[in-house]
Design a protein around this ligand. Structure first.
Ligand SMILES: Cc1cc2nc3c(=O)[nH]c(=O)nc-3n(C[C@H](O)[C@H](O)[C@H](O)COP(=O)(O)OP(=O)(O)OC[C@H]3O[C@@H](n4cnc5c(N)ncnc54)[C@H](O)[C@@H]3O)c2cc1C
Length: 325
């Protein structure tokens, strides 16, 4: 075994944002171990050459039509075949929706130790590989030793970052011995939210809770989000009450996100909410109650009424934008 294989996720025929981060991670692991790094793209993607900005120079692509709809078994089989082709010692994925579904199957197929929610490059001493990972919804860190010859690591999105490094990408079309017969899920219909920033891919998220009093007050949240190019999110009771759609609910039982900026408006900061957002790089909290638990997790806090603060934020951002256009 003598290589690193990095799975690059795609969406709508484009590389996922997380692909750039996992590529940076793979290139750094390649430098650390001296192993060659190969990227893997399943299906079509028009912008593969852009991965070269992050130092990845070799990508294998299996452009079969049956990758259009995601299926964890099918994808894991394909990644396994690709890993065999390059004799991979390390298989790297992003711990996003697809990566975290593929990784456990792959671990079984390859009889390989798997560490999910990794947050740093592994420490390698001879045969020992120790991976730092997030546990208890980001409340603690664990160091896990992988002892198997093949090692699988799923990196938590936004935990490592992207490193610019120019390389020219060579894309090789490969054939993998996998076909659609292994598919377990038949996709009947795909419904897309059009024209909105995807919550898991967003750099900025504007989120609001029960402090907003009712669904009719979300206009200002949407306006602020649109101005900032942000996605919108909410606390669970807001989704449960039907004020907002369930796919916007973040937290322990909702979507876990790690944007660069999370703006929490009229949300108390219950532990179950924090569990899904405390990995955000910068947290801004707006709340009338100075004792709201969210302020303890915040980088910046505004004690004030959302109905006064948010319109002022919108106004001043518009002014700033008009001066800096
Ligand atoms: C098993 C389990 C799982 C859960 N999972 C999740 C989860 O995934 N996500 C989640 O969010 N919750 C989850 N919860 C619920 C969680 O415990 C809280 O009840 C919830 O997060 C509270 O939502 P909130 O902060 O919007 O509402 P509240 O707790 O009612 O807080 C509203 C906040 O708004 C402030 N406020 C009021 N008026 C204004 C104003 N005009 N301007 C500014 N601030 C104002 C108040 O001071 C208060 O801090 C879970 C609970 C359980 C038991």
């Amino acid at each position: 075994m003598s290589a690193i294989l990095v799975y690059l996720g795609t969406h709508d025929n484009k590389l996922d944002k997380s692909a750039y981060e996992i590529a940076s991670y793979a290139v750094a692991l390649g430098e650390k171990t001296g192993l060659p790094v190969t990227g893997l793209v399943l299906g079509n993607a028009e912008n593969i050459d852009q991965i070269g900005q992050y130092g990845l120079s070799k990508v294998m692509q299996h452009n079969a039509g049956f990758y259009k709809d995601f299926d964890a078994t099918l994808y894991a089989k394909a990644v396994h075949e690709a890993a065999k082709q390059v004799s991979a010692e390390y298989v790297l994925l992003s711990h996003d929706y697809t990566g975290k579904s593929i990784a456990p199957f792959l671990s079984v197929y390859m009889k390989a130790g798997l560490v999910t929610t990794a947050v740093a490059l592994p420490e390698i001493n001879g045969d020992e590989c120790i991976v730092k990972r997030n546990v208890f919804s980001g409340k603690a860190l664990a160091y896990v030793k992988i002892k198997t010859p093949v090692k699988i690591i799923a990196l938590l999105p936004n935990a490592y970052g992207k490193t610019k490094k120019e390389a020219t990408v060579q894309v090789e079309q490969v054939s993998l011995s996998v076909d659609e017969s292994v598919r377990k899920v038949k996709v009947k219909e795909v419904k897309k939210v059009i024209g909105k920033v995807s919550l898991t891919e967003a750099d900025i998220v504007v989120s609001a809770g029960r402090g907003l009093k009712g669904p009719e007050n979300w206009k200002m949240i949407e306006e602020l989000a649109e101005l900032l190019g942000a996605a919108t999110a909410c606390s669970r009771p807001v989704a449960d009450a039907g004020w907002r759609p369930h796919h916007e609910h973040v937290g322990q039982t909702g979507t876990a996100i790690r944007p660069n900026l999370y703006i929490a408006i009229g949300i108390s900061g219950a532990i179950q909410h924090l569990a899904g957002v405390n990995g955000s790089k910068v947290i801004v909290v707006i709340n009338t109650d100075p004792e709201a638990p969210f302020f303890k997790a915040a980088d910046y806090g505004i004690v004030g009424d959302a109905f006064q603060v948010v319109p002022k934020l919108i106004e001043s951002y518009k002014q700033w934008k008009s001066q800096h256009a």
